[in-house]
Design a protein around this ligand. Structure first.
Ligand code: WTA
Length: 637
């Protein structure tokens, strides 16, 4: 029987052949790969698919448990191989190591704890935790018993956490007393308490003790993690799951105020993350792979937990930040653990590039074989800095384009195997059929072109729905261009067929690699009692990629006190989280609008970017004078 490793593409020709085959025979292509996993019951159909409904099912009626594939089968083969190397926030704290065996035991014990609380298949469990190994353990324990995990990034506010818990109807919350982030201590438990006060569905709150700070305690609800697992068996039989059963919900921003709970399946997601992990990073069994993301984002789910574990890999998980205690921390960790694959975000690269290269030169980075980038377009300067200073001009760079919705990478080079091109994600992976469309939704035939990126054919990792709102799933992703998945990004294609992602074509702004919808931020701004109306746009920023500018209309503009801007920004932090705070706030008396009352964000974007000479014709606006007024205010900013 073939193994997954037999599907590793090691030459440009092998990639081309696999790509061709995946287009000509998509179901055979994926079935052969899926057959390398452990299934408790074979599937009946490889794919059932209808993009009008829309519905996509892969490996229909196949039965499995993803944790058996991520843990048990590796324990059988190499129990003592390290699965996780955990690097704490403070370099003087102890590194923790989990072998496949000890990880399975920890997962099973926590899974037994969940069972003892009556958590069963299909129940939703919210996880709001710092980047400690227990976060991974909680995630996998849910998967072990078929509970659907919903991880919420620990930087979100109590209001954002409550909204996500309520949307999914989570019955249990796993959190920690606090989180260390550089020299800061974040009071997670008290944020969680505030959230739970607004959530009727949460029955119990499991609290991992990380910072040992004082917390409020509710005996009826709260249970310490260590008490929760005390005396429980480290064996827990995996719950049999249908390939299409939901594995997790992960929220992402959209063009309206409400976050979208993307639902991923057990079978297809597993096959897709493992296959793409192995190929994009050219993973080898002895590698030490490090992705610097947080498990609270899709990159963490797919390429820190499920993808690497499904391949039996060893991963570094880092609790801290690149600047603590000094800006050399990443390189110190690379040297210390002899990291072979290093996967990070352009925003981190740009921040690192602001610091002297001396901070790198002290470290031996010769173990590095692959560098990766994810989350936003990587600009030339950042790419070159990464290539020169970290890759020493010999290490391949993979620029991986994908989304929370896609489950795994769709467009990327394969490290050292297919050609890379600075600032280009390059070519679609096998199984991914891309079409570039013009303004009218017609496919562009010419190779060299710019247009809207769409995907024509389903792949196993695609999110199956938005939790509780299938209609919105249909509208957002499948209604703009009939019969195609619309990711919301624009792209440029060169004559070799390489894609360069040019950015969002909707009202989502990527700030420091975080997806932020402008609508939820506007809603938050409007919560402030002094605010009548607001409009938020993104503008280019040298480190964050994009920054946010808020144009705000006040009820009474004579009331502008210096603290108002801080107050308004704090409102956004409390409604969403500090990551969504606008960088600039400008008070205006009106917003440029069309005659039908639609805010002209295009004009606001140009103004925020200082491109006053590129506004185009503004004479058709309802209120052209307001543009001149904004220009005046900006010149005094
Ligand atoms: C953007 C992150 C350019 C894109 C995995 C996408 C990128 C959104 C890249 C999804 C890249 C992600 N080049 N843009 N390599 N990777 N993006 O859901 O706009 O947090 O639609 O998933 O990030 O962000 P999300």
């Amino acid at each position: 029987m073939k193994k997954l490793a037999d599907f590793q593409l090691r030459s440009q020709a092998a990639y081309q052949e696999a790509y061709r085959y995946s287009v000509d025979n998509p179901t055979e292509f994926w079935a052969e790969i899926a057959a390398t996993f452990q299934w408790q019951q074979p599937w009946k159909n490889v794919l059932k698919h209808d993009w009008t409904t829309p519905s996509t099912e892969w490996f229909v009626e196949g039965k499995l448990n993803i944790t058996e594939n991520c843990l048990d089968r590796h324990v059988a083969e190499h129990p003592d191989k390290e699965a996780l190397i955990w690097e704490p926030n403070d370099p003087n704290d102890t590194v923790q190591r989990y072998t496949y065996k000890s990880l399975l035991e920890a997962v099973s014990r926590f899974a037994n704890g969940l069972k003892s609380q009556g958590i069963k298949k299909g129940d939703r469990v919210c996880i709001y935790m710092p980047m400690v190994p227990e976060l991974t353990i909680a995630v996998l324990a849910c998967a072990r018993i078929g509970a659907v995990h919903s991880v919420v990034f620990a930087g979100f506010s109590s209001a954002a956490l409550a909204a996500r818990i309520n949307d999914a109807g989570c019955v249990l919350l796993v959190t920690a007393d606090g989180a260390f982030r550089g020299d800061k201590k974040i009071p997670l438990k008290s944020i969680a308490d505030e959230a739970i006060a607004q959530c009727d569905t949460i029955k119990k709150c499991i609290v991992f003790q990380r910072t040992f700070q004082t917390v409020e305690w509710n005996n009826r609800k709260d249970i310490w993690w260590h008490d929760f697992i005390d005396g429980l068996s480290d064996k827990c039989a995996p719950t049999l799951m249908d390939a299409e059963d939901p594995l997790f919900i992960l929220y992402t921003s959209g063009s309206t105020g409400k976050p979208k709970g993307m639902v991923h399946s057990c079978g297809g997601y597993m096959v897709y993350t493992a296959y793409t992990f192995m190929n994009v990073f050219q993973y080898q069994p002895e590698d030490i792979y490090w992705c610097t993301a947080d498990i609270g984002w899709i990159t963490g789910h797919s390429y820190m937990v499920y993808g690497p574990l499904a391949c039996g890999a060893t991963s570094v998980h880092f609790e801290g930040v690149p600047s603590y205690p000094k800006w050399n921390r990443f390189w110190e960790i690379c040297e210390k653990h002899k990291v072979t694959q290093f996967y990070t975000a352009p925003t981190a690269i740009r921040s690192l590039a602001k610091h002297p290269t001396k901070l790198i030169e002290d470290y031996d980075l010769s173990s590095l074989k692959v560098l990766g980038s994810v989350g936003e377009p990587i600009n030339d300067e950042a790419w070159n800095w990464y290539n020169t200073n970290i890759g020493k001009e010999i290490v391949p760079i993979v620029d991986t384009w994908w989304q929370t919705e896609t489950g795994g990478v769709l467009i990327s080079s394969l490290a050292g195997v297919t050609p890379q091109k600075p600032t280009y994600a390059t070519q679609p992976l096998p199984g991914i059929q891309v079409a570039l469309l013009d303004q009218n939704g017609k496919p562009i035939i010419e190779k060299e072109a710019e247009g809207i990126l769409t995907i024509n054919y389903p792949w196993p990792g695609i999110a199956r729905t938005i939790y509780g709102d299938h209609q919105r799933y249909k509208e957002v992703y499948f209604s703009a261009y009939n019969g195609r998945y619309f990711p919301g990004d624009g792209a440029l294609r060169d004559k070799e067929g390489n894609y360069r992602i040019t950015g969002r074509v909707d009202d989502v702004v990527i700030v420091s690699g975080h997806n932020l919808g402008t609508a939820p931020i506007e809603n938050a701004l409007n919560e402030h009692p002094a605010v009548v109306e607001s409009a938020v746009v993104g503008y280019p920023h040298s480190i964050k990629g994009n920054a946010l500018m808020a144009y705000v209309i006040l009820y009474d503009s004579t009331e502008v006190v210096p603290s108002l801007v801080d107050e308004i920004r704090a409102t956004v932090a409390s409604q969403i989280g500090p990551i969504a705070k606008p960088d600039r706030v400008l008070f205006v008396s009106g917003l440029p609008k069309t005659r039908s009352g639609k805010i002209m964000r295009r004009i606001l974007r140009k103004l925020a970017a200082g491109e006053n000479d590129q506004l185009g014709d503004i004479s058709t606006l309802l209120n052209p004078a307001v543009v001149e007024e904004i220009i005046q205010s900006l010149s005094k900013e």
